[in-house]
Design a protein around this ligand. Structure first.
Ligand code: MTE
Length: 335
């Protein structure tokens, strides 16, 4: 894997100076350390919220952080901000502050642990209740026309980023396999190999990482199968070679490094539902008025900023997705 310093590959308009970046990381890592709460009714290991006041010190493990990306050219994006005017999060922050529990629960450590992870050859098996089950290899995925989508990503831990993804609507791939009429949900599964993924050995979770969507959510135009960001292939730590991006839901729904997609009749059980049923449900739509059992979801911190901002219903995508959910006041949709 080619490891390139972000200072060598990031153009000025997106480059966050190393000093600023480390300051931003310090503000994050000083408090968002993982609590691995395992009290009664809290069997999950999801980190605690990003809610404590910022600190200024920089933990030493972030100081050597690099963008461990297979960047082939300069990072590019078609705009400097999303449609609400939020500036894009710099590549260096996106690639060095990642949630990928198969490697580590320490967000700043993941980029340094993915170096030997093989993302080629790769294939995604798509089957279950479909007329034309099929295995898509990397060349097959490349045949779908790639487009850029600038999306906000809101983590359940109450931090957020603005990311210029490359990819294509998942609906395009699902149409190829022709879902049967009794298919109601889609189940996604991440690659799993304890020898390549040290976090799976050190943390007892019901691996592999599994997520799910209702079929109409999966077919929604906003739902992306992402294969890149900032104009380049996905960094491994961000879910290479292909991951889901569902921008109106908490980030844990956006499963990385997918190897299997199954159309099913019944609601699949995700890894987080299995490990923390009192804290994590299936829907996980962003709602500032519905707190996590252990913290408020009313505000968030956009990575790179040191103030908190209001969280938006459906992460700002209500106009596009509210029609998917009858009776928006029903709190079931937000767990
Ligand atoms: N997918 C897998 N396989 N493993 C993970 O640990 N973390 C999730 C999601 N997808 C995760 C995953 C969480 S909690 C978040 S917030 C997003 O990925 C983070 O995506 P990013 O690291 O690219 O920002």
């Amino acid at each position: 894997m080619i490891k390139i310093k972000s200072s060598e590959i990031t153009p000025e308009h997106v480059y966050l100076s190393r000093r600023k970046f480390l300051q931003a990381m310090g503000m994050i890592t000083g408090h968002a350390l993982l609590t691995a709460c395992r009290g009664p009714g809290q069997s999950t290991s999801m980190p605690a919220a990003d809610v404590v006041a910022p600190v200024t010190s920089v933990p030493h493990e972030t100081q050597g952080a690099q963008v461990a990306t297979k960047a082939e050219s300069l990072p590019t994006a078609s705009a400097a901000a999303d449609e609400l005017g939020n500036a894009l999060t710099p590549l260096e922050a996106i690639a060095n502050y990642t949630n990928y529990y198969e490697f580590s629960v320490r967000k700043e450590a993941v980029a340094g642990l993915v170096g030997d992870f093989e993302t080629s050859p790769w294939s995604i098996q798509v089957g279950g209740l479909v007329e034309k089950p099929r295995r898509f290899d990397l060349d097959d995925l490349r045949k779908f026309e790639s487009e850029e989508r600038i999306y906000r990503m809101r983590c359940v831990e109450a931090w957020s980023m603005v990311i210029p993804w490359l990819g294509f609507p998942l609906a395009k791939l699902l149409k190829v396999v022709e879902p049967q009429s009794n298919a109601k949900y889609v189940r996604f599964e991440t690659f799993y190999d304890p020898n390549q993924m040290p976090g799976t050995k050190s943390m007892s979770l019901p691996w592999p990482y599994v997520e799910g969507l209702r079929l109409d959510e999966a077919l929604h135009d906003l739902t992306l199968l992402a294969t890149g960001l900032y104009g380049n292939p996905l960094p491994v730590q961000n879910g290479a070679p292909a991951r889901l991006v569902v921008p109106w839901k908490y980030g844990f729904k956006s499963i990385k490094s997918i190897v299997k997609i199954e159309l099913v009749e019944y609601m699949p059980t995700s890894l987080w539902m299995a490990s923390g049923p009192n804290e994590y449900g299936f829907w996980a739509n962003v709602n500032p008025d519905v707190p996590h059992p252990r913290w408020s979801q009313a505000t968030e911190r956009l990575i790179g900023e040191n103030k908190r901002r209001a969280t938006l219903l459906f992460n700002g995508y209500a106009e596009e997705v509210a029609e998917l959910y009858p009776d928006l006041d029903d709190r079931q949709w937000y767990y």
